[in-house]
Design a binder for this molecule. Structure first.
Ligand code: PLP
Length: 380
């Protein structure tokens, strides 16, 4: 039997073997509590601080601006909710294609704190209207948080975060950036992009699940988000996930070192896959920006309506290929994608997201294209 093919890397990625080895070693040998002052504790503390150094360096932050969390979801909740409850934000401007951890935090604040929330429209390729952003900021000077993601997880469109940062600087707005899909894949400089808060997650760049981090610009002094034993300089109590934090930092370091070669490899896979699909299957279209400002690893393909299209993801799975319909959903139940709705995707067409990693091969891409050709052909 042929090995399974994994093309759902925007959902999560396989952990780098080197990261698994490091984490296993730490779990076996460096089990001390980082808050303990004896040698076991000091060793664990050193592992965390070394990891913090690596993460800070990778985004051009200072050490005191990086806090480890359980996920990007936690990082975004911490940033957005604190911006309102502690920093006096009265209005949030966000794009309607943000991840649910942003959208639902904004919804909560609107409900619980009466925070004004303004969704920015996006164009059909998924780019937020930055002219409208500027106009909104110009019209009203109430303290504002702008939430715009760097790369969209469903359709791959990227936003120019340096431009967003400049607009925010001009009007004194805070800027939260969900960089979950771009960290380790694209260069991010929190200072150049004038970012106030940035969220990241290890499992999207070949690190472990359940470990993330938040960058908080040191001009924004916010109170503890989780109360307890004062870990993470009192910002996020709870004994640290030492092995997970070390795994996150190593994975990010490796991704950053190999950024260009990984990008080139993935671009070759993407281009070959697209051209095979276009040659073999009629009536296809691609969602999100394809010409510029796109993440090479995410390809959202729309298939013409029909019973075969509805079953494509399941039939791919049966054929040994893991891809995703819409965004991953925690309950395992498929929901209509808010992103596809926002860009005006016709509801009768079936969108499938293929997402690549440096571990994928051209052979896998060809086998997937062949399988899709068979599944879409009208053989009985
Ligand atoms: N933001 C984006 C763009 C994502 O793709 C995801 C994960 O799917 C998240 C946030 C949430 O990350 P985590 O799984 O670490 O909570």
């Amino acid at each position: 039997m042929e090995p399974r093919i994994y093309l759902d890397n925007a959902s999560t990625t396989p952990v780098l073997p080197e990261v698994v080895d490091l984490m296993a070693d730490i779990l076996r040998n460096d089990f001390g509590n980082p808050s303990s002052i004896h040698q076991h504790g000091r060793k664990a503390r050193a592992i965390i601080e070394n990891a913090r150094r690596k993460v800070a360096r990778s985004v051009n932050a200072s050490l005191g601006e990086i806090f480890f969390t359980s996920s990007a979801t936690e990082a975004s909740n911490m940033s957005i909710k604190n911006a309102v409850t502690a920093l006096g934000v009265k209005r949030i401007i966000y794009s309607s294609i943000e991840h649910h951890c942003v959208l639902h935090s904004v919804g909560y604040l609107q409900h619980a704190y009466d925070t004004e929330s303004i969704p920015l429209t996006t164009d059909p390729l998924g780019s937020p209207d930055l002219q409208l952003l500027e106009q909104l900021l110009d019209e009203d000077d109430k303290k504002t948080l702008v939430c715009l993601m760097h790369g969209n997880n469903e359709i791959g469109t990227m936003t120019d975060i340096v431009e967003v940062g400049q607009i925010c600087r001009k009007y004194g707005a805070l800027f939260h950036c969900d960089a979950v899909q771009t960290l380790g894949k694209y260069k991010i400089d929190v200072q150049a992009a004038n970012i106030s808060f940035l969220s990241g997650s290890a499992h999207k760049f070949h690190g472990p699940k359940g470990t993330g981090f938040v960058y908080i610009n040191n001009q924004n002094i916010i109170p503890p988000y989780i109360h307890g034993g004062s870990q993470e300089r009192n910002m996020r109590s709870g004994t640290e996930n030492v092995a997970g934090i070390a795994g996150l930092a190593l994975a990010l370091e490796r991704a950053s070192e190999n950024m260009l070669s990984h990008y080139n490899h993935i671009l070759v896979l993407r281009n070959e896959f697209k051209s095979l699909l276009l040659t073999n299957i009629s009536g296809l279209s691609f969602n999100g920006n394809q010409d510029e400002h796109f993440m090479a690893h995410v390809l959202s393909v729309s298939f013409p309506p029909g019973p075969r299209a509805d079953l494509l993801v399941m039939n791919l799975d049966i054929a040994g290929i893991s891809a995703s319909s819409g965004s991953a959903c925690s309950s395992g139940v498929e929901e209509d994608s808010h992103v596809l709705k926002a860009i005006g995707h016709p509801p009768d067409r079936k969108a499938i997201r293929f997402s690549f990693s440096p571990f994928n091969t051209r052979e896998e891409i060809r086998r997937t294209a062949d399988t899709l050709k068979d599944l879409c052909s009208h053989k009985p």
